[in-house]
Write a protein that binds this ligand. Structure first.
Ligand SMILES: Cc1cc2nc3c(=O)[nH]c(=O)nc-3n(C[C@H](O)[C@H](O)[C@H](O)COP(=O)(O)OP(=O)(O)OC[C@H]3O[C@@H](n4cnc5c(N)ncnc54)[C@H](O)[C@@H]3O)c2cc1C
Length: 404
């Protein structure tokens, strides 16, 4: 690996890759194994920073339940071809060849037993095995395209190749190097870009709700959450700013400004039956106290005190019809976020390079032969749980398998 490419000569290669993240490095590894000479350029000083910070430092590198249904895209079928040709088990086999072990945490999410940095080293070793070169701290100055060849001038040098693979990711977490370069390149070469928006991101609230949720900060409960077409059974977490936890991150990818998020506090279970059972078992208790059997104490108190459900000072005095109505309210608790925490904390970007302009088989531009877009910059956004890395691996593999 070379920092700040020492030479200023122009290199002649088979493929220039922009972005030394998950997708860019994996493309160079796969293309290199196929005999292509590659150069990976990145403006950051360190490669694959998002791999490093992923999965709480243990990289949730794939999900064994991956199908195209776990992705949001203008074309729900687009990801199928790439995902079918590079599966989660292919990456697991690669990890094992490198002596890395893994475990399933929950819901098919595979985490590395070693630190995330071991996955970055795997990627760099694979690139090196294919004789690929990675240049860091190498901001891109200019991209030219003439006579079927791309010429990239970057700090420290220039390179030319018949293939340009854009893998500079989305806009989330600008602090660690995210930029909109992929979208700029896409537009310049005649592609449509679906509006990039923060996804897998906590919700924020204003006013009374903000104050109430801040009071519950740290409380977590399993729920069924719904926004638009997204429905997820996962944990809800109250925070100082609003609502987070896997359930909220997941539905945030389906949420649009001004829309409500619906929360079933019984997580799909029969709330009426639960409240009737509480009445039978604790007739002298009020709802807030009795609900501590079902929910964390602070949440149970909030439900009764905020009027989310009637307080019922003695459950014995509540009719079954009243309990059914309370259960209905708790299973359809509707909140309207004022916004999200935005790019600062969003794990991914929804939207991106429109799949209509790309081949689903090779991720190659339909307008410009030799131009590929892979990874998160494409309008394919995975759920929380290892799906986004699986898309990075699979889309990179598909592009690397393209015929010259
Ligand atoms: C906190 C966090 C945790 C995550 N955890 C997981 C997880 O556990 N599992 C999972 O599947 N997904 C996870 N994700 C999502 C996952 O990290 C991304 O979807 C994935 O990294 C996308 O890969 P990529 O190669 O397309 O883009 P990136 O990994 O973002 O790589 C893009 C690269 O391009 C470079 N670049 C950007 N702009 C320029 C420019 N103008 N010039 C030169 N270089 C540029 C960047 O420096 C970067 O190295 C997480 C994301 C975050 C933010």
């Amino acid at each position: 690996m070379t920092r700040n490419g020492s030479a200023s000569r122009s290199l002649t290669l088979d493929a220039i890759v922009l972005g030394a993240g998950a997708a860019g490095l994996f493309y160079a590894a796969q293309a290199g194994a196929g005999g292509l000479r590659t150069l990976v350029l990145d403006h950051s000083a360190k490669p694959a920073e998002k791999v490093r910070i992923s999965g709480g430092g243990r990289c949730n590198f794939t999900n064994i339940h991956t199908t195209a249904q776990n992705f949001i895209s203008g074309n729900p079928h687009f990801a199928k071809s790439a995902l079918a040709r590079y599966t989660p088990w292919d990456f697991v086999a690669l990890m094992e060849r490198h002596g890395l072990s893994w475990h399933e945490k929950t819901l098919g999410q595979l985490f590395c037993d070693q630190k995330s940095s071991a996955v970055i080293q795997l990627l760099l070793d694979e690139v090196a095995a294919g004789a690929g070169d990675v240049r860091l701290s190498a901001p891109i100055a200019d991209i030219g395209h003439a006579d079927g060849r791309f010429t990239v001038r970057y700090e420290g040098g220039a390179a030319t190749a018949p293939r340009l693979v854009v893998a500079t990711g989305g806009l989330s977490i600008p602090k660690i190097g995210a930029t909109g370069l992929a979208y700029d390149i896409a537009r310049r070469f005649g592609h449509t870009v679906i509006k990039p928006e923060p996804a897998l991101v906590p919700f924020t609230f204003e006013g009374a709700e903000k104050a109430a949720f801040a009071g519950l900060s740290g409380v977590s409960a399993p729920v069924r959450a719904r926004a638009g077409e997204g429905v997820f059974d996962e944990a809800l977490l109250f925070t100082h700013r609003g609502l987070s936890g896997p359930a909220m991150l997941q539905v945030s990818s389906y949420w649009h400004e001004g829309e409500p998020v619906e929360i079933d506090l019984f997580a799909g279970a029969d709330g009426s039956a639960q409240l009737r059972a509480l009445k039978a078992g604790h007739p002298a208790k009020g709802l807030g106290t009795a609900l501590t059997q079902v929910f964390p104490r602070r949440l149970a108190e909030y439900i009764a005190e905020s009027g989310l459900a009637p307080a019922f000072p003695r459950l014995a005095d509540a009719s079954h019809a009243e309990l059914d109505a309370a259960a209905e309210r708790l299973s359809r608790w509707s909140v309207t976020p004022s916004g999200t925490e935005g790019w600062r904390t969003a794990e991914v970007t929804r939207g991106g390079v429109d799949t209509a302009g790309l081949s689903s088989k090779t991720l190659e531009s339909r307008h410009v032969p030799g131009l590929h877009f892979i990874g998160e910059c494409v309008d394919v956004t995975g759920w929380l749980g290892g799906y986004n890395f699986q898309w990075a691996w699979a889309s990179a593999h598909a592009a690397a398998m393209a015929e010259p």
